[in-house]
Design a protein around this ligand. Structure first.
Ligand SMILES: Nc1ncnc2c1ncn2[C@@H]1O[C@H](COP(=O)(O)OP(=O)(O)OP(=O)(O)O)[C@@H](O)[C@H]1O
Length: 254
């Protein structure tokens, strides 16, 4: 079953076509990667899903909803969470506090009941804390739970960003370059986290990534893009041996 569908989506920035008549779908429960040279339009695809941009043409459906009718502030409520190329966390808050912020969308109580700390608000607070503690355990972050983000090594921050996204209980997790800036060992760990997120949590993962080792290791299917358009879609091996993909990479390199 398709969880996310792009149908003939085009986005232009002035004279530049950043996404060009792009169609693909992400199946429920798969790990799907988007690869391509710099400027291919990968991040723009994420920004379209996050509703930062409206497409010039085409349709985007998520979980049987027309995503283009959803406001940017409403995307998380539909079950989409994301991490960013440049980590976006509250620097002067602890890991635990950052994850509790991620739970915010699950709050159903109003401000009065929260100020008075009424039973419904208390119940929600307990539920949120329990869920956050589960995620801290799941991603092996116990040693950092009360540490300020600003004092954490880069590799740990990347995992905390994933944890914060998971705290929203998403159906679709968007990972924007999860391996960038990570060492070889940290990249291997990230690979296992992604596997576990899909297998144990049942969450569908869509990632943009340059590290082909990670892409090959963890992805069910790969979409290769260049100049906003689809070059190839298939398994990692199929995509990497596709003549159009080889040419796009060699062309950029020369
Ligand atoms: N807000 C914007 N305004 C104008 N042009 C933009 C904007 N965002 C992206 N672009 C352009 O759209 C094209 C696609 O950019 P995008 O960031 O999606 O590429 P990318 O594949 O993610 O690249 P990278 O791997 O370097 O992150 C590029 O030519 C880029 O300069």
């Amino acid at each position: 079953m398709s969880l996310l569908e792009f149908e003939n989506v085009t986005l232009k920035f002035g004279g530049l076509t950043a996404v060009d008549d792009l169609s693909f779908d992400v199946q429920q429960g798969e790990v799907f990667a988007i690869v391509g040279p710099n400027g291919a339009g990968k991040s723009t695809v994420f920004n379209l899903i996050s509703r930062f941009y409206d497409p010039y043409a085409g349709a985007i459906r998520f979980d049987d909803h027309d995503l283009l009718r959803v406001k940017p502030s409403g995307v998380a409520a539909y079950g989409v969470a994301r991490t960013f190329q440049n980590i976006e966390l509250f620097e002067h808050a602890t890991v635990l506090q950052n994850l509790l912020v991620g739970r915010h969308r699950h709050r159903k109580t109003n401000m009065i009941s929260e100020i008075l700390f009424m039973p419904s608000a208390r119940r929600q607070e307990i539920e949120s804390r329990e869920r956050v503690e589960e995620i801290i355990d799941f991603l092996d972050l116990q040693a950092f739970r009360d540490k300020m983000i600003s004092g954490l090594p880069y590799g740990v921050r990347k995992v905390v960003e994933v944890a914060r996204a998971l705290a929203t209980d998403p159906k679709l997790l968007l990972l924007d370059e999860p391996a960038s800036g990570l060492s070889v060992e940290e990249t291997t760990d990230m690979r296992w986290w992604i596997e576990d997120i899909r297998r144990q949590m049942g969450i569908t993962v869509l990632m943009v990534e340059h590290d082909m080792g990670l892409v090959s290791g963890v992805s069910d299917r790969v979409l290769a893009m260049a100049d906003g358009a689809k070059l190839a879609l298939g398994t990692s091996a199929e995509v990497q041996s596709h003549p159009a993909v080889i040419e796009a990479y060699l062309g950029k390199a020369s």
